[in-house]
Design a protein. Structure first.
Length: 129
């Protein structure tokens, strides 16, 4: 550690800073030449325009077909889900009104029996279970 008598005082620091400020800043000539060379090289590189990338030749059918299918999926998926939900509700109500769905009919149906027992096994395929 430094000893207390070796420490600089405020006046010593002020004198040192004044001496440094009085000396002019001198930049070495080699550094100035290197800066000028780098600047001229950068300026030459930036003045030449970058060549535009050439477009790749493409088939007109495949991209337009894939783009159309992609756009159609965004539109058709919600429409299909909505339509199937409405049809299920409508058909369920129609079947109930016409007596096609009753407790006896459901208990006697092989399809309802198999679905009731296979549904827990099918939940493994659903996300989140």
């Amino acid at each position: 550690m430094t000893e207390p008598e070796n420490r600089l005082t405020e006046t010593d620091l002020d004198r040192m800073f004044q001496a440094v400020r009085a000396e002019p800043d001198v930049v070495p000539l080699a550094l100035m030449d290197r800066i000028a060379r780098d600047a001229s090289r950068e300026q030459a590189l930036r003045s030449e325009p970058e060549p535009l990338p050439r477009p790749k030749p493409r088939s007109w059918r495949v991209p337009s077909l894939s783009a159309a299918v992609h756009r159609a999926m965004h539109l058709l998926l919600p429409v299909g889900l909505t339509a199937s939900t409405l049809m299920g509700v409508w058909f369920g109500g129609w079947a109930m009104d016409n007596g096609l769905v009753s407790t006896d009919a459901l208990l006697g149906s092989d399809l309802a029996f198999n679905l009731a027992y296979q549904l827990p096994a099918l939940t493994d395929y659903l996300v989140g279970y």
